[in-house]
Design a protein around this ligand. Structure first.
Ligand code: NAP
Length: 339
């Protein structure tokens, strides 16, 4: 098969190369999936440079989110369970090695492509959808009528959060760093949009809320907790999702007390170990939103990235903060025949 295999740490995405490697053989309880689209993540950039928390032993295939078609399915699963997917089923998932024409996966790492969704859009759900759903619904207890501030609202988890918050009947204030990204956030349902590069952005957000009381929930994948407290309502919940700005904040605890706020963390990846039963609840909730049309794909559409050769340019654009939503690379069918 064709794949982007990493044999030593690289300077950057421009050094990624597509080569021919053996197609992986699934173990008896595993699936083989022909990849039709692979989504990029910022951590791919860290991983190829050797700077990520999870560094597989060399050689390894880059990429971790994909969608495609089952080409080999197990005949049985441990504990006598019947396999959920059969050959020809469209699936998406997450596991190491997505920048390739084929990938092996356990059933737990796969989900069915929502009805009517493209491979491009499906490739970008696996991380963003459940992160934002678990964050807003399970951790922050979102309810109709809440005012929700979504930071970096045009990013991957941000656009998921905007749609989920709207679906639960909230009023959404989106922040982003450019007018184009603010327009994108609005096109996915945000009611208000504020550029957080403005020095007075927190005052602008506060002014939008009823009687200037502030927002009930702050969804923060950037690292803006301290500033956000200036526009958080009494009893507000601040959801710590990530640190896209690159700095881990240290927040003065007296402000948490004075504002009567809860600061809650969310670590979606760790639910597999700590609370696996909640994962089904989250995915069930998400599929309801997909099926009702309240949540649509967030694939980046300003530019198309076609073929594994374009993974490097796609990652470069992502790293330059030039993109919105999920930057997805399509893996054309003719690449599949070159196994
Ligand atoms: N807690 C969890 O379980 C979990 C799960 C998934 C992801 N995350 C984390 O959530 C964060 C966002 O993930 P994502 O997939 O949405 O990423 P993304 O699509 O790359 O979006 C990140 C956004 O952050 C904003 N940003 C602000 N400062 C930035 C900076 N210095 N450099 C780059 N971007 C900056 C950018 O928007 P503007 O240009 O508009 O500022 C960008 O759109 C990441 O830190 C990720 O690790 C956490």
């Amino acid at each position: 098969m064709k794949a982007i295999q990493v044999t030593e740490y690289l300077k950057g995405p421009e050094d990624l190369k597509v080569t021919t490697v053996p197609t992986p053989t699934p173990k008896p309880h595993e699936y083989l999936v022909a990849i039709h689209a692979a989504a990029t993540n910022f951590f791919d950039l860290l991983q190829i440079r050797g700077k990520y928390q999870n560094q597989p032993p060399f050689p390894w295939i880059s990429g971790s989110e994909f969608s495609g078609v089952v080409v080999q399915a197990p005949s049985s699963l441990p504990d006598g369970r019947i396999p959920k997917y059969k050959v020809g089923d469209k699936v998406f998932g997450g596991s190491q090695g997505a920048y390739a024409t084929h990938i092996v996966s356990k059933e737990e790492g796969l989900k069915p492509v929502p009805k009517g969704w493209s491979f491009v859009d499906a490739a970008g759900i696996y991380v963003t959808g459940p992160t934002s759903y678990a964050g807003l619904v399970v951790r922050a207890g979102i309810k109709a009528g809440d005012w929700v501030l979504v930071h970096a609202a045009a990013g991957g988890v941000g656009l998921a959060a905007v749609q989920i918050a709207k679906a639960f009947g909230a009023t959404v204030v989106a922040t982003a760093g450019t007018q184009h990204k603010l327009d994108v956030a609005r096109s996915f349902g945000a009611d208000h949009a504020v550029n957080y590069r403005d020095a007075d952005w927190a005052a602008q957000v506060k002014k939008l809320t009823p009687k200037g009381r502030g927002v009930d929930i702050v969804y923060d994948p950037v690292g803006m907790v301290a500033e956000s407290m200036k526009c958080t309502a009494w009893n507000g919940r601040i959801l710590v999702v990530g640190f896209a700005a690159g700095t881990i904040e240290k927040v003065a605890m007296n402000r948490v007390l004075l504002k009567n706020v809860s600061v809650v963390g969310l670590h979606w990846g760790a639910y597999t170990i700590n609370e696996p039963e909640m994962m089904d609840v989250v995915w069930e909730g998400l599929y309801k939103l997909f099926d009702s049309g309240k949540y649509r794909g967030i694939g980046y559409t300003d530019k198309e990235y076609v073929g594994l050769d374009s993974v490097g340019p796609a990652l470069k654009a992502l790293g330059a903060r030039d993109t919105w939503g999920k930057v997805v690379v399509t893996v054309p069918q003719d690449a599949q025949s070159k196994i």
